[in-house]
Design a protein around this ligand. Structure first.
Ligand code: MRU
Length: 356
């Protein structure tokens, strides 16, 4: 998608270096960062220079390519895999990508292993682009229906950033929005700020602006009143892990939006590529919920009036805080799952029909 009218992807491999857009600097600064070692990729994931479930999966895949370049050694590869998988615990795409890479390269001789690994990482990337594009054309139908009935601007609420910045291109939740916009459907997006890291305000609003899509940033708690007053036609969010029963784990606050949507009869859709489905875990209480540094809550970062980036503390020093990064929306609150294979009910039956 576009930044300053130039097309970018979020990650690419060039001259044996992984290049990323450093998302900790957005929207104030557009900086490309080079990752040269597997540890660089682990750090980029941990520090959220790259984030979003599909993108951290792709970064982990390239991380293993760098690991092979550094030291073509099985023990090192094993350690690299473990470090990558544990760098962020909730998004299943990370383990999915590492397992897929290891499966592809196990038993391959030393001479061919680098090429095999690089080819597979590139395939993971291309597949994600393709799947996100399909999510867009499938989800477009929902927006089109609302637009045809309403004959006015369709107001869509989204949470966090499940945009192209969270994937390689197109995004998941944003892909139907981009497809609808390209088709000329009149849209407006309510962007949840998404405390504490403000992925909505910093990233979703930024990428929608770059694509010329009207959007308004709101506080995380504003969705309820907007829904009650008829200002939201539908919600679309992404997910970090979707269970086979249709329960959806996504950025903290998603669950409360789904409850409010249910109470107001507003469709609540979740968009995902199949790499985000966890077929193993049966009970959402087993999903590891990432707990991040409490300083993400007690400090805020932004530009001051002289355009200098500053970080300031907003809580009393003595106050404790808890920073849970994800929550779970039970399947019963999800109107449907928008996938690369079509739209299905958020249930075992729905997912099985599409994927098994
Ligand atoms: O903590 P983040 O920014 O990695 O969280 C991202 C999300 O919660 C997204 O909604 C999810 O990864 C889906 S991305 C297409």
């Amino acid at each position: 998608m576009r930044i300053n009218n130039k097309n970018f992807r979020t990650i690419w491999f060039e001259n044996n270096i992984v290049k990323i857009i450093d998302q900790t600097k957005l929207p104030h600064q557009f900086a490309i960062k080079e990752l040269k070692t597997v540890q660089d990729t682990v750090n980029a994931i941990k520090n959220m220079e790259v984030r979003g479930a599909p993108l951290i999966g792709a970064t982990a895949a390239y991380g293993l390519v760098l690991s092979i370049l550094e030291k073509n050694d099985l023990n090192y590869l094993k350690k690299s895999s473990e470090d990558l998988i544990s760098s962020r615990p909730t998004a299943i795409n990370l383990k999915w990508a590492v397992d897929r890479m290891i499966k592809k390269i196990s038993g391959i001789n030393d001479k061919d292993i680098f090429k095999k690994a690089l080819d597979e990482a590139k395939l993971i990337v291309e597949e994600d682009v393709n799947f996100c594009k399909k999510i867009g054309s499938n989800g477009l139908k929902i927006i089109e229906n609302i637009s045809n009935k309403k004959k006015d601007t369709v107001n869509i609420l989204t949470h966090c950033n499940a945009g192209w910045l969270a994937t390689i291109d197109w995004g998941t939740a944003t892909s139907p929005i981009y497809h609808a916009h390209k088709k000329g459907i009149k849209l407006h997006v309510w962007v949840d700020e998404t405390r504490p890291r403000n992925q909505g305000a910093n990233l979703t609003s930024y990428e929608l602006n770059e694509e010329g899509i009207p959007n308004t940033v709101i506080t995380d708690n504003a969705g309820g009143i907007l829904m009650q007053r008829g200002k939201v036609d539908m919600c679309i969010v992404g997910t970090d892990r979707t269970l086979s029963n249709g329960d959806v784990c996504n950025k903290i606050g998603t669950y409360l939006k789904a409850l409010a949507a249910k109470d107001n009869n507003i469709p609540f859709y979740v968009a995902l590529p199949s790499s985000t489905i966890d077929w193993k875990i049966k009970n959402h209480k087993q999903i590891p919920i990432e707990e991040r540094n409490s300083e993400e809550l007690s400090y805020v970062e932004g530009m001051d009036e002289k355009n200098n980036l500053r970080k300031v503390r907003i809580y009393p020093l003595k106050s404790k805080s808890l920073n849970l990064a994800f929550d779970v929306t039970p399947a019963k609150y999800v109107s449907g799952l928008i996938t690369e294979k079509g739209i299905c009910e958020a249930s075992n039956e729905g997912l099985s029909k599409l994927f098994k």
